[in-house]
Design a protein around this ligand. Structure first.
Ligand SMILES: [Zn+2]
Length: 336
């Protein structure tokens, strides 16, 4: 996979799309070869840049960062090891962790998104040897709970490569037993350093949760189940004349609600208390490619009304139809 550095350009001219995902297929093929007994670890050409160096520090919690494309480091120990055809174990040991603390993890995500929206995405996809070394373990530095929306592919938006993000995607980025269980696993066993609930501009799930009850009740039971988990966030929003501003407000209100739920999870709460992780929110603007982060207590705090709804009205059905859906919330495994 060729990687090129281009000068900053407008976000609309990104070179993403179909070229991105065949890489995953290639990696899968490499693993298949491996599991089928293939041992020619050093046979593949070595032309890829090494694992990215730590991103530059960024100031200001919620400010967008400047696009930065750090130069590759051809002199790193990892690059040298890959060149001489090191074993998978050596490569795994030499791989530099992208982040060791919540603050470093947040900086790495900000730097990655800045590269993406600035048109200088690095698309770190690793060499063949590094990909094969991944079979030994995974150490994703961040967990992202995002929406299933096709326009919000997490690794691309944050410009992160294989093995860096543990991604959970479900319409409306809702916290429920399934999504929370995935996050618990990553936090407890993979030692990730940040959990980011990422909402996005133009979220259909959030829009649907704002529709009149009759319309919501025409949706299938599992969709109503998801809408029920979003509704407490959007039920009390003051109407705005600007529809775009209204939707942004609604999506961010939903991000705040899901962050709140995440923080109430005992496994997550314990990891926050120990300093292992931070739980933050984010808003991805489809039209620009930029992510705004919600990190401070002030940015994430629920209003007393929102807290009351989250505690008392949470998941309350709006009709007999929704009530039926709530009685068996886990029926059916399919996701949208
Ligand atoms: Zn969405």
């Amino acid at each position: 996979m060729k990687e090129t550095m281009t000068p900053p350009q407008t976000p609309k001219s990104h070179r993403f799309g179909a070229t991105r995902f065949p890489v995953a297929a290639v990696a899968a093929a490499a693993l298949l070869t491996l599991s089928a007994g293939g041992a020619a670890v050093s046979a593949a050409p070595v032309e890829q840049t090494p694992v990215p160096a730590a991103p530059p520090p960024q100031a200001g919690s919620s400010q967008r960062t400047q696009p930065v494309a750090p130069p590759p480091d051809p002199d790193s120990a990892l690059a040298a090891a890959v060149k001489r055809g090191a074993t998978m174990e050596e490569i795994a040991r030499l791989r530099d962790p992208i982040a060791r603390t919540p603050a470093e993890a947040i900086r790495a995500l900000k730097a990655g998104n800045a590269r993406f929206y600035g048109g200088v995405a690095r698309r770190p996809e690793m060499s063949a040897n590094e990909r094969r070394a991944q079979i030994l373990s995974q150490t994703p530095f961040a967990v992202v709970l995002g929406c299933a929306d096709s326009r919000v592919p997490t690794e691309i938006v944050y410009d992160q490569g294989l093995g860096s993000l543990f991604v959970v995607r479900v319409a409306g980025n809702v916290v429920d037993p399934g999504s929370a269980g995935s996050v618990e696993y990553a936090v407890r066993h993979l030692k990730s350093h940040v959990v980011v609930v990422t909402g996005h501009e133009g979220c259909g799930a959030v829009s649907a949760a704002m529709l009149p009850a009759e319309e919501q009740n025409r949706e299938p039971a599992n969709v109503r189940y998801l809408l029920n988990r979003i509704r407490p966030a959007v039920a009390g929003l003051a109407p705005l004349r600007d529809r775009k501003a209204q939707m942004r407000e609604a999506v961010i209100a939903n991000v705040r609600l899901q962050v709140h739920r995440m923080k109430q999870n005992p496994v997550i709460a314990e990891a926050i208390k120990s300093g292992q992780i931070a739980v933050i929110g984010a808003f991805y603007e489809i039209s620009s490619g930029a992510v705004d982060f919600l990190e401070t207590d002030a940015e994430l705090r629920l209003t007393p009304d929102e807290l009351r709804r989250a505690a008392n009205v949470e998941d309350r059905p709006t009709s007999a139809g929704a009530a039926a859906a709530e009685k068996e919330p886990h029926a059916g495994e399919h996701r949208h």
